[in-house]
Design a protein around this ligand. Structure first.
Ligand SMILES: Cc1cc2nc3c(=O)[nH]c(=O)nc-3n(C[C@H](O)[C@H](O)[C@H](O)COP(=O)(O)OP(=O)(O)OC[C@H]3O[C@@H](n4cnc5c(N)ncnc54)[C@H](O)[C@@H]3O)c2cc1C
Length: 467
């Protein structure tokens, strides 16, 4: 049984097919799946997946895995008019045309992605039971507990050899274990101090109205806010503006006029929202993003409870600013399916190996997000609240690596792989060759910061728009 039919749950069900497991996916949201892309992007509101209303980018790790292992899904996304992008086309330095599958990404709206995934999974034989909220676990074994199934909110029980918790960032199995009297290992949690405002647009021209200076995105992280555009399917694009959650002046971004005024004051974004370039097709959505999280229950710190494993966001969450969650959920699903093919019997060995997988595949990205957040938060808090920036740990950071990548093809290529969630981040950030190349690339060179209004200028724009 897989509790949760989001990205992680459905991709795991697809990944488990070749090894002959019989899988039932249970999702708390009512069906049916929207029949078309326009339907998915209008009436399909799922309160338990609030992030689906927000601007999304899909990194190359997940896109590549789908292309390789579930070509039917990749093709269905392309048929739904998702846009294929090759990051090498926008490299600032000539990059050798070697095989670089992870640099080929797909761009589409998150609700398009979810609807196509849900329809394709059903078409390929995955059993999904909608309107089925998992409320608890069936457990046997007294002193040595073992999960034997799930209990639904309507009182029904489903027996299972293995339960995968793919309930997303809330990781419902922590609560289920606690109710059953089983101690859970503490979580590791660090706030990313990030609120996001998103709005969707349709281009009124044949081509995209602006430049994708980040390959699959346009915009940047500035001194006190960030703004990114992500191309979508069917001539659409979305724009996300990110600010500190305790920045009261910026709450005005919920207002559509203010949102547009801020974009028009941001040179990299202004062409996208010029009067003759695009039309808005959604309201502004607001969300406080989740903390960077490693769920203790998913790690080797948890005393094993055979028969229960966590998957995707239920195991670990990294700040969505870095756009890795979907790819990591997909990669986790495939790697866990491989592990279950090798070790199909629920037991302590299976639990330990699954926990090690979380620690090697997901946790390094959470720690990278914490490190990248630390530098950004210090900068933003100094600009917004006048706080003295805390000293940052020594070492290579994302901003410096990005600046060097404009001058050095090897740095660009290796950083692009990190940005696409491939490999492990420390293999880039701690690599002596990369550090030396970054130092040489930036020696005596000044790269101007991406153009953006100062804090005072932006406040004037915000106050002016509200009048
Ligand atoms: C604002 C924001 C922006 C983001 N942007 C990006 C981005 O640009 N790129 C990117 O890769 N990632 C992004 N992410 C992260 C990404 O959305 C998640 O990592 C991804 O959705 C995780 O997939 P999942 O299947 O683990 O969880 P989810 O997609 O959240 O799915 C969980 C599923 O479980 C179901 N469920 C929950 N509880 C129960 C229950 N008790 N019983 C049965 N079913 C249940 C829900 O209905 C849902 O279908 C963003 C996140 C946020 C918050």
């Amino acid at each position: 049984v897989i509790a949760g039919g989001g990205v992680a749950g459905l991709v795991a069900a697809l990944a488990l097919r070749p090894s002959g497991h019989r899988v039932t996916v249970l999702d708390r949201e009512p069906g049916p799946v929207p029949a078309s892309v326009p339907e998915a992007n209008s009436g399909w509101i799922r309160p338990s997946v609030p992030q689906a209303l927000h601007s999304h980018a899909f990194t190359g790790l997940g896109t590549g895995l789908l292309r390789e292992h579930v070509p039917e899904l990749y093709e269905a996304l392309v048929d739904a008019a998702a846009r294929e992008i090759d990051l090498r086309d926008s490299a600032p330095v000539p990059v050798p045309l070697e095989d670089a599958d992870e640099l080929r990404v797909l761009a589409c709206r998150r609700r398009t992605f979810d609807a196509v995934l849900a329809a394709t999974a059903r078409r390929l034989g995955v059993t999904v039971q909608a309107d089925s909220r998992v409320a608890g676990l069936e457990i046997s074994g007294g002193e040595r507990p073992r999960v034997t199934g799930v209990r639904l909110a309507d009182g029904g029980v489903l027996e299972a050899d293995l339960v995968l918790d793919a309930t997303g960032q809330r990781c419902e199995s922590r609560k289920w274990l606690a109710v059953a009297g089983i101690a859970t290992a503490p979580d590791e949690s660090t706030s990313g101090e990030f609120s996001c405002y998103s709005r969707f647009f349709r281009s009124t021209r044949d081509e995209l109205p602006g430049v994708l200076n980040r390959g699959n995105a346009g915009g940047g992280i500035f001194g006190h806010y960030m703004a990114f555009v992500h191309p979508g399917d069917n001539g659409t694009f979305s724009i996300g503006i990110g600010v500190l959650p305790d920045d009261p002046e910026m709450k005005a971004l919920r207002d559509e006029e203010t949102f547009t005024a801020v974009l028009r004051a941001t040179p990299l974004l202004a062409p996208w929202v010029a009067a003759d370039a695009s039309e808005a097709i959604s309201p502004v959505y607001a969300i406080n993003t989740p903390d960077n999280l490693v769920r203790g229950v998913a790690t080797t710190r948890q005393r094993a409870v055979p028969g229960l494993l966590q998957l995707g966001d239920a195991a670990a969450v990294s700040n969505p600013l870095y756009g890795r969650g979907v790819s990591l959920a997909i990669a986790h699903a495939f790697r866990l399916a491989e592990l279950l093919a090798e070790l199909p019997e629920a037991g302590e060995t299976q639990s330990a190996r699954a926990a090690e997988l979380v620690e090697t595949l997901l946790v390094p990205w959470v720690h990278r997000a914490v490190a990248d957040d630390r530098a950004r938060i210090a900068l933003w808090r100094a600009a917004v609240h006048g706080e003295r920036p805390a000293p940052l740990p020594a070492g290579l950071d994302l901003g410096t690596a990005t600046r060097a990548s404009f001058f050095d093809a090897v740095v660009w290529r290796r950083l692009a792989a990190v940005q696409m969630s491939v490999g492990r981040p420390e293999q880039f950030y701690d690599d002596p060759e990369i550090r030396s190349r970054v130092a040489t690339a930036l020696d005596g060179r000044e790269l101007p910061a991406p153009p953006a209004p100062s804090r005072e200028e932006l406040l004037r724009v915000v106050h002016g728009a509200g009048r």
